[in-house]
Design a protein around this ligand. Structure first.
Ligand SMILES: [Zn+2]
Length: 282
């Protein structure tokens, strides 16, 4: 996981400018009309957040795709740090936990219970901006599509899954997150015990078997003669794919890795090349 720094001047100016454009597009001179997260045009905001995160999911470090391509489908979603439709009672009980993060303090974000403006006649000029579309309260995450044990694609399995209004600690806002969360030689996450509920099955589910496998795959690649570029090239090159599997993974007597011969499985694994650099460094 990587620290997402919302105070970097250039990114911040752009993010807040986009926020203002969205707000102004709904202002009719007297009040806001249809200023809702689901109906406003968020294209520019999505592109900006993906760029801010260097194209990686804030949770699982998968590459984010803004549109469908030959080997990858669009997979970017926006994640609200303070949930989009938070109930007033949830906000009251979790307020202190959220507000301790500078980007979520009351100078940057104003919380609108259930994702609805409290006073549509109040015109926003400077932050705080409404939490449901605020640059400070949004990060880009993947859609959580993974493979199940039969190597079939399953949607919403991790990351931006149905967390509802539950509090999930925004670990990507910790400056030292890259040392707090590490990945061991088996591909498993090592972290302080208190974070496990947020990272585990009831949270964003990035300690799941699929992602352990993905990280182990990249660890094996990082320790082999192959490069991340070759793994990318093998998405469209079946012979190269077979060679990599033969050379790196066939010493596993269970035959566990043979599902990677399937192009769709390979392409999902290939999306996590961030871990190539990670395991090279460690
Ligand atoms: Zn993800």
């Amino acid at each position: 996981m990587r620290f997402i720094d919302k105070t970097r001047a250039q990114n911040r100016v752009t993010g807040l400018t986009i926020n203002r454009r969205i707000l102004n597009s709904c202002w009719n001179g007297i009040c806001y009309v249809n200023l809702r997260y689901d109906t406003v045009d968020k294209t520019e905001l999505i592109h900006h957040l993906v760029k801010e995160q260097d194209g990686y999911c804030c949770y699982c470090m998968r590459r984010l795709h803004l549109q469908n391509g030959e080997n990858h489908r669009k997979n970017v979603t926006l994640e609200h740090v303070i949930p989009h439709k938070i109930e007033l009672t949830d906000w009251e009980s979790d307020r202190v936990k959220y507000r301790k993060y500078p980007s979520l303090n009351d100078r940057n974000v104003t919380v609108c219970p259930k994702g609805e403006l409290t006073d549509p006649t109040f015109k926003f000029g400077m932050p705080p901006f409404p939490h449901f579309l605020s640059y400070d309260n949004l990060v880009a995450s993947c859609d959580g599509k993974t493979l199940n044990e039969e190597a079939q694609e399953v949607p919403h399995h991790c990351c931006n899954n149905k967390r509802g209004n539950n509090y999930v600690e925004p670990l990507y806002f910790h400056e030292n997150v890259s040392s707090e969360i590490s990945y061991d030689a088996r591909g498993h996450i090592q972290c302080p015990e208190e974070y496990e509920p947020y990272l585990g099955e009831k949270g964003i589910n990035i300690m799941c078997r699929f992602l352990n496998d993905v990280r182990l795959f990249w660890r094996q690649i990082a320790y082999s003669e192959y490069t991340a570029e070759q793994v990318g090239e093998a998405e469209s090159n079946e012979d190269l794919r077979t060679d990599i599997i033969d050379d790196v993974f066939t010493n596993d007597p269970t035959g566990h890795w043979l599902f990677l011969n399937e192009k769709n499985a390979w392409c999902i694994f290939s999306d996590y090349s961030w871990f190539y650099e990670y395991y090279h460094r460690t």
